[in-house]
Design a protein around this ligand. Structure first.
Ligand code: NAP
Length: 248
């Protein structure tokens, strides 16, 4: 694959939702778009088709971002096949919501492992290659919950707030090698993650959004594509909010 590929993009959690839209937004002729997912039996088939339609070369691989060995194998495949990593988007995440007193330690640990430790493991792995290249773009997907808090999401909000501190720290550590590290904080976006919310709760949320609609995966992907573009070369350590004004 190496000869025809000029840009390698890695997106975690690309089989559905925002990650899928990010894969499509970053796909272009000459680019390889690697994405992963966790579910056994998933192929990321529709993501691959859409990447191909946009002119990119797709590769969907099952790999749990919370497992060091899965992540190591995943990135080894990327490097064996293309020899480079230009953009990493840490998007994969889960939610296990419950109010604090009902939250099981296992649900706390699962969310921290996938959402926060997964971002750490993937970033550390990709950074080794980016440091050698003296160039790279890392974009972490955090959440409005990580800045404003959200009842029922202590685990998720803690992980997402952690991602912001992680982003700013790694931005400082890697800046001298021309690697930028930024975060995108979506508000309320229509995906599988929010599909189970009751009609009443959705209507309450929409009332808090000045732009008066849920965001789309493409709204978030647009901000990610900007941060991955040359127009964002001088931006690092920032959090871009994509929330229709829900948090100002
Ligand atoms: P989603 O529709 O639930 O999709 C999650 C993606 O992550 C899927 O591709 C899933 O793969 C993958 N994934 C989950 N656990 C994984 C693991 N252990 N290893 C590898 N991949 C894994 O979620 P979404 O709404 O698109 O959310 C995407 C990002 O935006 C997340 O970081 C989320 O926290 C953030 N966000 C979302 C909203 C929102 O309103 N939707 C708001 C703020 C922030 P499988 O198909 O295998 O499960």
């Amino acid at each position: 694959m190496t000869s025809s590929i000029q840009r390698t993009i890695v997106v975690t959690g690309g089989s559905r939702g925002i990650g899928r839209a990010v894969c499509i937004a970053l796909a272009a002729p000459g680019s390889a778009v690697y994405f992963n997912f966790s579910a056994t039996g998933t192929t990321g088939h529709t993501t691959s088709e859409a990447i191909r339609a946009a002119g990119g070369v797709p590769r969907g691989i099952r790999a749990d971002v919370g497992s060091e060995s899965d992540v190591s194998d995943f990135f080894k495949t990327v490097l064996d096949e293309t020899g480079r990593i230009d953009v990493l988007v840490n998007n994969a995440a889960i939610a296990r919501d419950a109010l604090l007193l009902r939250m099981k330690t296992a649900d706390w640990e699962d969310v921290i492992r996938v959402n926060l430790t997964g971002t750490f493991i993937c970033t550390k792995t990709a950074a080794k290659t980016m440091l050698k290249q003296r160039r790279g773009r890392i974009i972490n997907i955090t959440s409005i919950a990580g800045v404003a808090g959200n009842p029922g999401q202590a685990n998720y909000a803690a992980a997402k707030a952690g991602i912001i501190g992680f982003t700013k720290t790694v931005a400082r550590e890697l800046a001298s090698r021309n690697i930028t590290v930024n975060a995108v904080a979506p508000g309320f976006i229509a995906t599988d993650m929010t599909a189970g919310i009751s009609e009443k709760a959705v209507s309450d949320i929409l009332n808090q959004i000045p732009l008066a609609r849920a965001g789309t995966p493409e709204d978030v992907a647009g901000a990610v594509a900007f941060l991955a573009s040359p127009q964002a070369d001088y931006i690092t350590g920032q959090v871009i909010h994509v929330n229709g004004g829900m948090y100002l």
